[in-house]
Design a protein around this ligand. Structure first.
Ligand code: SF4
Length: 353
């Protein structure tokens, strides 16, 4: 491997491989700074296959920065609903308003200025600046860290700041030797290499363009690297949801804090002892009926929370404030709860044509 600042063969090899093997993805077809930006925000902690339909629907509904800036938070969340990590959508809209009102609708072209916008951190700024504006700056995500750990043959665990630093330094070395105007393709190529070839399990070294310089391959340590990251510490949470509905809609409320903020779901309380939950329900939701029989339970995971949701019928609700579920952005857990109770199907059948 070349030392930092010295020319290396890897950039040319990665670029050639990427040109012939790159996946045809909608944000690569649309290729402009706005679509790159939206795709990079959606791809944070979310798989490519999951993002594709959301990206297409989002660009259909908000084709420009201006369209996004002028949309309400509710509209943006309703297109985003189901993709998760809703803070991303709120910050994306907020940043679009800043770009529209203070920057004449044009995204800054360098990573340092991009980082001043809401929701754009180091990784996203580098991705947008390199892919849309060809700034020579490495992009370091989990895929790149894995490739770097193997290529460099280092023992730093995945997720560690020391491995990120080594991956960034390696990326800088690659950018020094890369041809003009290839910064975006080089970064995308490295990420693609990690996703398609240098995979977490069963890496396809036989198809890899950089085997010659790869320390792990040359020393037979491919399966040992990268070393394991710390495990997620899960927090188990019990929630009790109350479900009621009438012809015109269901008993729903907008979450004002915590996870799924801004989305709608049936009211809930922390779950607990059977003797106290009825009283707790009456205290938390006065005038909204009484807890009835349990209808079932469902599990759901949000960030590091594992939720066990018990679903109870609500008796004696007078239908005041009923909300048609299709008129608001529902949380994924809210949809699960309503489906379990059979409410979504019932209301769709009951609604007038
Ligand atoms: Fe990864 Fe194998 Fe390529 Fe090394 S040779 S970078 S381990 S795919």
């Amino acid at each position: 491997m070349a030392r930092k600042g010295q020319p290396s063969k890897e950039p040319g090899r990665i670029l050639d491989w990427f040109r012939s093997r790159r996946r045809d993805l909608p944000w690569r077809r649309a290729a402009n700074s706005y679509s790159t930006w939206v795709s990079e925000i959606m791809l944070q902690q979310t798989r490519v296959e999951v993002v594709i339909p959301y990206f297409e629907a989002f660009l259909d509904r908000f084709p420009t920065v201006r369209a996004l800036a002028q949309a309400s938070e509710e509209e943006v969340l309703s297109v985003w609903a189901g993709l998760g990590y809703y803070r991303r959508a709120r910050l994306l809209r907020e940043a679009a308003r800043v770009v529209n009102e203070e920057m004449d609708g044009k995204l800054p072209r360098d990573s340092a200025s991009l980082r001043g916008l809401p929701g754009i951190g180091e990784y996203t700024a580098a991705a947008i600046a390199s892919i849309a504006f060809q700034e020579r700056i490495p992009v370091v995500d989990g895929n790149v860290c894995r490739v770097a750990a193997r290529f460099l043959g280092v023992n730093d665990p995945l997720g560690s700041s020391s491995l990120r630093k080594k991956a960034r330094d390696w990326g800088e070395t690659l950018h020094v030797s890369a041809p003009e105007n290839s910064a975006g393709a080089l970064n995308e190529g490295l990420m693609e290499l990690g996703a398609m070839v240098c995979r977490p399990r069963n890496p396809r070294c036989g198809e890899c363009p950089v085997t010659e310089g790869c320390a792990a391959f040359q020393t037979g340590r491919v399966e040992d690297l990268p070393t394991k990251a710390r495990e997620i510490i899960w927090k188990d949470v019990g929630l009790l949801y109350g479900v009621a509905w009438c012809k015109s809609g269901a008993l729903l409320e907008k979450r004002e804090q915590g996870w799924n903020r801004g989305l709608w779901e049936p009211p809930s309380i922390p779950d607990g002892d059977a003797k106290v939950v009825s009283k707790a329900w009456a205290r938390a939701h006065p005038g909204r009926g009484k807890l009835g029989a349990m209808m079932g339970s469902t599990r759901h995971t949000i960030t590091s929370h594992r939720i066990l949701a018990r679903v109870h019928e609500i008796k004696g609700w007078d239908g005041r404030g009923a909300v048609p579920p299709e008129s608001v952005p529902l949380s994924s857990l809210g949809k699960k709860v309503l489906s379990l109770a059979g409410v979504l199907g019932f209301l769709i059948l009951a609604s007038p044509l």
